[in-house]
Design a protein around this ligand. Sequence first.
Ligand SMILES: Cc1cc2nc3c(=O)[nH]c(=O)nc-3n(C[C@H](O)[C@H](O)[C@H](O)COP(=O)(O)OP(=O)(O)OC[C@H]3O[C@@H](n4cnc5c(N)ncnc54)[C@H](O)[C@@H]3O)c2cc1C
Length: 448
Amino acid sequence: MWHDTAPPAPSRPPLPGTHDADVVVVGAGYTGLWTAYSLAVADPSLRIVVVEAEQVGHGASGRNGGWCSALFPASLPSLAAAAGRDAALAQHRAMRATVDEVARTAAAEGIDCHLAKGGTVVVARNRAQWGRARAEVAAARTWDRGEDDLRLLDAREATGVLRASGTVGATYTPDCAAIHPARLVRGLADACERHGVTIHESTRVTAIEPGRARTAAGDVRADVVVRATEGYTPLLPGQRRAVVPVYSLMIATEPLPQAVWDEIGLARRETFSDHRHLVIYGQRTADDRLAFGGRGAPYHLGSRVSPAFDRDERVFAGLYATLVDLFPVLAGTRVTHAWGGPLGIARDWCASVGLDRRTGLAWAGGYVGDGVATTNLAGRTLRDLVLGHDTDLVRLPWVGHHSPAWEPEPLRWLGINAGLRATRLADAEESLTRRPSLLARATAPLLG
Ligand SMILES: Cc1cc2nc3c(=O)[nH]c(=O)nc-3n(C[C@H](O)[C@H](O)[C@H](O)COP(=O)(O)OP(=O)(O)OC[C@H]3O[C@@H](n4cnc5c(N)ncnc54)[C@H](O)[C@@H]3O)c2cc1C
């Protein structure tokens, strides 16, 4: 849907043969392109090459829900446990600022990615969800996060933003912009090229080594090699257990008439979810469709990634049923597109970015479902690391963080799929009992 509703993209030639550069970036999603862009703007003399196996935006960057948010996959308590309270709060502040940084750069580069900073509303639709909403706001206050950061909305305020069925209240944060993902990734690639970056498509990197990225056509030799392959990382030699590819799937409706939007709300294109355990997410697109997604697709043994996994009719049907349950006015509405893609999850659910000065190998990833803004922070951070600039960005706690490796199979498969199943059952239990799930409490370590 995103690629269907974006202007046509140019096709870029594959790598013609062995080539020398200063920096080679593997992967032309947001991570790779924000990194190349930030470096090229900071030092126009650098020779920067981006190598992409398919086309610009082929991965999650061209397929996502378009929440450009301040969400970071690791919680404040877990960041604080590793790096201290001040460092955890610095990460949170950096994420909030990044949402505006994406908007600023998009405007400066003339990237029309349909950005609307309406914030995010997360509704509570039963007593258990309402308890979690209140607990989340109470916890935020203990981190000095005030009303300007996260607010509790009563039922009247909540339904003034989003009229989801059964709403008893909501949380609201202003720190999110709805975007058109493919327009952002394609616009970013064009901006990179305007700043002198070379992008090669249809060129798969077969190995990343100090000083080179290997491809069938030849090597790109460079002092710095940046791995920006996120959910596809396990396919690279030596990276099988670095992150797991977990699929998130989406559907989109046809453009909806104003009368339907009068029933639903989202007048400022707020992104939305509810406080269930399984992640769901939605946005009103600039052309008035409802784009809606969720996790819950199975993890595939051996961290396999395949176009066949982008579609799962059972999950699509479940998403449609959830959408109609949230907004009964949508019953019978036509779904025009359905798709999915892999995101990357590190074993400790903490995204990370870093550069090993000894080998020149750099990486960023493990964003779970929160990569749209975080990749921009990663790109600016890699810029400072590569250029040796001692900035606030390179002192954030996720910099140089090494997540443990995932378990070998079949333990990995058993654990992840048991977690997904427990999540679904916990939501079903809560919608029946309206009370906090006992199962969720018992299986908390699996729920991530
Ligand atoms: C359905 C879905 C919904 C999502 N919704 C949201 C959301 O609303 N908000 C949010 O913040 N995040 C969301 N995410 C996550 C977000 O999209 C990602 O975190 C982000 O796009 C990651 O960007 P990336 O550049 O690191 O990875 P990707 O965009 O996956 O890019 C990696 C690129 O590397 C290329 N590549 C891989 N291997 C090789 C190789 N060997 N050689 C050359 N190239 C290679 C791939 O083809 C791909 O283009 C969602 C993800 C999915 C799948």
